[in-house]
Design a protein around this ligand. Sequence first.
Ligand SMILES: *Cc1c(COP(=O)(O)O)cnc(C)c1O
Length: 380
Amino acid sequence: MTKPKDISKAIFTAITSVVGKEKVPLHEPLFKGQEWQYLKNCLHSTYVSSVGSYVKEFETALAKFTGADYAIAVSNGTSGLHIALKIAGVTSGDEVLIPSLSFVATANAVSYCFAKPHFMDCYDEHPAIDPEKLDQYLHYETEQRNGKCINKKTQNVIRAIVPMHVFGHPVDMDHLNVIADKYKLVVVEDAAESLGSYYKKKHTGTLSELGVLSFNGNKIITTGGGGAILTNNKTFAERAKHLTTTAKIPHKWDYIHDEIGYNYRMPNLNAALGCAQLKQIDFFIKSKRKLYKIYKSKLEHIKEISLMAETSGNRSNYWLQTIILSEEVKDQFDKILKLTNNVGIGTRPIWKPLHKLPPYINCPKMDLSRVESLSKRIIN
Ligand SMILES: *Cc1c(COP(=O)(O)O)cnc(C)c1O
């Protein structure tokens, strides 16, 4: 066998031709709209916290933008996932199917429900859950009992599945929804990275019963910290609002909380920032898509790698530009990360697979051989 050629220098040259050799972080928010004005207005109003008009305004704008009937603003994407899973019926002792290649928040939110994440493998060359492998697995490893999906090995109920639109690229929701239906699983979309991404013309996070967005500082728009739950179900929406606002019964002066709620609401100050940011989303997405095209033109001559691209019929926000190394050059992974980071270009590997993190080592999982391979070949 011939030794694969060294492509690390070519990749380095291509990247620096796009971003220069200056320090460039993986993410950087941009505040070029009405952020300063809205924040000032918010401070003037003195309503910086749990009450104030920007929260409602942000929720209305989000619902309009995504086409969801309801959007409930929350303190961050993780708390949004926690409450969405709780509303989906995830409860103590359950299992929830999640991709092993995701940010740790997906697994943590499952744990906050006293449930266990159950890790799924990805496609050969794409980090999202492979629906066919999933179907096969559930066919052999589960049985239906009283309309519930039971893990034959653990005897636990597998209650839900959380597809994640990774790096902004919509996953095959039609296929996943068919499987979820077949095995009686509730679907909660982790759309934390995919505001502005569409699966067959429908906004990600609105293709199942509940979806969750994040507005962390690194996401396509930011509220500092923040998130939102999307749903078309009025009961779910009311329940999400109630649970995230300490389960307080509205009353002029009395403090009546009818269950254990959470202080997960988005402060008005953060919502003010969100209102200003959301107005610029078309520009942000246009810029991200342009950046993809530039990278593509600079990198396409390197045949040993591919760039993650939107699939036909779908539209990606291209939140993070992503290189996938082919098997033959996978040994150059660290070298590429080193070359770029040494000059301050903040390239990053994909997350460490969740089933390898200390708190999740003993969780149920399917064969994860593709995750094992792909996790050592993806660079943002
Ligand atoms: C950002 C993100 C979240 C939520 O993160 P927060 O920081 O809590 O807003 C959840 N899942 C994924 C995949 C993410 O990228």
